[in-house]
Design a protein around this ligand. Structure first.
Ligand code: TYM
Length: 334
């Protein structure tokens, strides 16, 4: 809560091409909060440098992520859309929160364990303290709800623990945020290994459908998707993770329930079903892609939006940071 306003906050890293996991687990759901909440959606470029980035790619993807936010229905007049590195309070609060976060807590983060296994030659301190920067993002805006995919739930829970610890020492500082997840889109799995999350950093491009993939590519990737033994289109994530993932995707893109899908494809083989999933996905993404390309054609307009978004966000961020600094005993001279 910021005054009387309830706040929704989320972020996406511009660290790779965005996937239908990012879309269904997060971005697609963001616009539904704009009516009831004051909303902030951030392009978290500072998070992205915890693994090495090519500067030109990072810059391009920062524009692209902002354009995708809007292409997915976020109106910059109703939502504050901005880039993290343009609001310096994030890094400042992150330092403070580092002093209220335990080494053991950070060591238990599954994403840290996974990423340090994948980037064994670059286990930098930023990768380790990444969740405190994420906590700073959320807490700076006195956030009530954080729409995310399930892979980020642990980080939001740690953020709550940090905020509660801080509030115990300095009462009334932070709103305690809650993660919220989409029922079917919160964990979209890889098409090649359906027991693994679909990830923008996957090296196998066939395992991942990107939001910007063209129709033929989308249909080809679904045709190749790994399914399970048997031939029945039946939802059973334990026994049939491949088909169940495709059913979740079909449900998200068509709006049909799992029962309706089971009925619709009763007696059909996997081949027909995979084609149907590809088509419904391509149909749903087509308008997003068209809008994305027209937004990307005007870099100047995107930059003006980045500037406006950063100014709006800074107004809130400055207030929370000043409150925290005062509580801690930092000298403030006006
Ligand atoms: P990131 O950039 O990895 O992912 C962006 C969002 O997409 C969701 N997501 C998925 N959802 C369903 N299925 C999948 N396969 C899938 N893959 C990704 C993520 O859960 C996320 O919601 N640390 C965050 C970014 C962040 C943030 C924040 C989020 C930084 N500060 C503050 C919320 C609030 C991240 O790396 O997301």
């Amino acid at each position: 809560m910021f005054g009387e306003q309830k706040i929704a906050y989320s972020g996406v890293q511009p660290s790779g091409n965005l996937t239908i996991g990012n879309y269904l687990g997060a971005i697609r759901n963001f616009s539904e909060y704009s009516e009831k909440y004051k909303t902030f959606y951030c392009v978290v470029d500072q998070h992205a440098i915890t693994v090495r980035q090519v500067p030109a790619d990072l810059r391009r993807r920062t524009y692209e992520t902002l354009a995708l936010y809007m292409a997915c229905g976020l109106d910059p007049e109703k939502n504050t859309l901005y880039v993290q590195s343009m609001v310096h309070e994030h890094a400042e609060l992150a330092w403070i929160l580092n002093c209220f976060t335990m080494f053991g807590e950070l060591s238990r983060m599954t994403q840290f364990k996974d990423k340090s296994a994948r980037h064994a030659d670059n286990i930098n301190a930023g990768l380790f303290t990444y969740p405190t920067l994420m906590a700073a993002d959320i807490l700076l805006y006195q956030t009530d709800v954080v729409p995310v995919g399930i892979d980020q739930k642990q980080h939001v829970e740690l953020c709550r623990d940090i905020a509660e610890r801080f509030n115990q020492l300095y009462p009334g500082t932070f709103t305690i945020p809650e993660p919220i997840m989409a029922k079917h889109g919160m964990k979209i799995m890889s098409l090649a290994e359906p027991t693994k999350k679909m990830s923008k950093s996957d090296e196998n491009a066939n395992a991942v459908v990107y939001i910007l993939d063209d129709r033929d590519t989308i249909i080809r990737k679904f045709k190749r998707a790994v399914t399970d033994s048997g031939a029945e289109v039946r939802y059973d994530p334990e026994e049939k993770p491949g088909v169940s993932n495709l059913m979740s995707l079909y449900s998200c893109f068509s709006g049909k329930t799992i029962e309706e899908i089971e009925r619709e494809f009763d007696g059909c083989g996997y081949g027909d079903f995979k084609l149907a999933v590809g088509e419904v996905t391509a149909d749903a993404l087509a308008p997003v892609q068209a809008s994305f390309h027209s937004l990307m054609a005007d870099k100047g307009a995107l930059e003006a939006l980045m500037k406006k978004g950063a100014e709006e966000a800074s107004w809130y961020a400055r207030r929370t940071l000043a409150k925290v600094q005062k509580k801690l005993g930092f000298v403030q001279i006006r």
